[in-house]
Design a protein around this ligand. Sequence first.
Ligand code: DUT
Length: 145
Amino acid sequence: MEIVKILNKSTFDNPTYATEHSSGVDLKAFIDEPINLKPLERKLIPTGLFIELPIGIEAQIRPRSGMALKKGLSILNTPGTIDSDYRGEIGVIVVNLSNDIVTIEPGERICQMVFTRYEKVSFENVNKISETDRGAGGFGSTGHK
Ligand SMILES: O=c1ccn([C@H]2C[C@H](O)[C@@H](COP(=O)(O)OP(=O)(O)OP(=O)(O)O)O2)c(=O)[nH]1
């Protein structure tokens, strides 16, 4: 199991940073006052968390299905990428996709963060790439059913 170092400046209950579940952790809004989002409004919400990821591991910020279904709250850039060399505070770009004002409360779990391994690649410049059956077909080329 990889170790992720975590610096926690949030002051919420213990564990202050998150609720752990099988595939990752939920992150809480590190805010003093409730924040309102108008329909289609987006805001960067601080978490009070700073992490040091092992090389080869990235963290992804994803919406919570309950927040999406009940409030219409999503993450605008999902899945948000936390790079292994990033040392700033983790921020969450929430967006209100409902027709109503959505309120985020201090300490509310607003998203989930999962960890994935990524491959490092290098590029080789060529004049031709291999042919396949699919070729350039994409964007729905195989139909609906
Ligand atoms: O939801 C997010 C997405 C990103 N970040 C932080 C960590 C990440 O490592 C850094 C850069 O993110 P990204 O590469 O998505 O942003 P960019 O727009 O390409 O900015 P940059 O030029 O800083 O790479 O911002 C967050 O805190 N939350």
